[in-house]
Design a protein around this ligand. Structure first.
Ligand code: A4P
Ligand code: MG
Length: 176
C-alpha cells in the first residue's frame, strides 16, 4: 500500500497529562492503515499562551500511514474528542491536543489543514522531541529539526521520562 510517514505532536496539560499522552500513542497505533514507528520521550514544558495554566507534557510520534492527510486529521480529531477535549480558549488548557506536524514532505494549505504545522520552528517543545527521533528530519520551508532546536534552546523544557511507545521492541521492518 502506498504510505507516508507523518509526524504527530502530542500535548496535554490537564487530567493526568502523561496518561493522556501515553493513551493517545496507543490510539494512534490502532488507527486504520497506520502504525506507530517511533515515539520521543515525554517533555515537560512551560505553557505557551496564557501563563495561568499548568505545564504541558509534550511528545512526538512518527506514524506510517496509508490514510490521506484529510482522513488522518479526521482521525486525530476523533481521538481528541474521545479524550473529552472541549475546545475553548485559544492556546488555553486542554486534555489532549494532536497536531499533524508533517505529512511526508507534503506542503498543504487549506482552510482545515496547514502542513507543516505553523509554528514548529518557534516551539522547542515540538523541536526537541522531533530532533530526539530524527535530528536530520527536514521541515519544508524551515530547515532541519536538530539545527532549529539548537538555535532555539531548551528554555522551559525538561525531558521527564520515556513514553509508553507501542512501537517499542517491534520489528518495524516487518510491520511497515
Ligand atoms: N489545523 C490546521 N492545520 C492543522 C494541523 N497541521 N494539525 C486546524 C492539526 N490541526 C490543524 O485547532 C484548530 C484547527 O486547526 C483545527 O480545527 C484544524 O482544522 P485546535 O487544536 O482546535 O485549536 P488550538 O489547538 O487551540 O489552536 P492551535 O493554533 O492549533 O494551537 P496549537 O498550535 O495546537 O497550540 N504550550 C506548551 N508548552 N505545549 C503545547 O503543546 N499547545 C498549545 C496549542 C498552546 N500552548 C502550548 C501547547
Ligand atoms: Mg492544535
Amino acid at each position: 500500500m502506498p504510505s507516508v510517514v507523518a509526524w504527530i505532536g502530542l500535548g496535554s496539560n490537564l487530567d493526568d497529562p502523561r496518561r493522556q499522552v501515553n493513551t493517545a500513542l496507543s490510539e494512534l497505533d490502532r488507527l486504520p492503515r497506520s502504525r506507530v514507528l517511533g515515539c520521543s520521550g515525554l517533555y515537560r514544558s512551560a505553557p505557551m499562551g496564557p501563563p495561568d495554566q499548568p505545564d504541558y507534557i509534550n511528545a512526538v510520534a512518527s506514524l506510517r500511514t496509508a490514510l490521506d492527510a484529510e482522513a488522518l486529521l479526521d482521525a486525530l480529531q476523533a481521538i481528541e474528542s474521545a479524550h473529552r477535549r472541549v475546545r475553548g480558549e485559544h492556546w488555553g488548557p486542554r486534555t489532549l491536543d494532536l497536531d499533524m506536524l508533517l505529512y511526508g514532505d507534503a506542503v498543504i494549505d487549506t482552510p482545515r489543514l496547514v502542513v507543516p504545522h505553523p509554528g514548529i520552528a518557534e516551539r522547542n517543545f515540538v523541536l526537541a522531541p522531533l530532533a530526539e527521533l530524527d535530528a536530520g528530519l527536514s521541515i519544508p520551508g524551515a530547515g532541519m529539526a536538530g539545527e532549529l532546536y539548537a538555535r532555539l534552546g531548551d528554555a522551559g523544557l525538561a525531558r521527564v521520562g520515556d513514553a509508553a511507545c507501542p512501537a517499542a521492541g517491534r520489528d518495524t521492518e516487518v510491520n511497515e
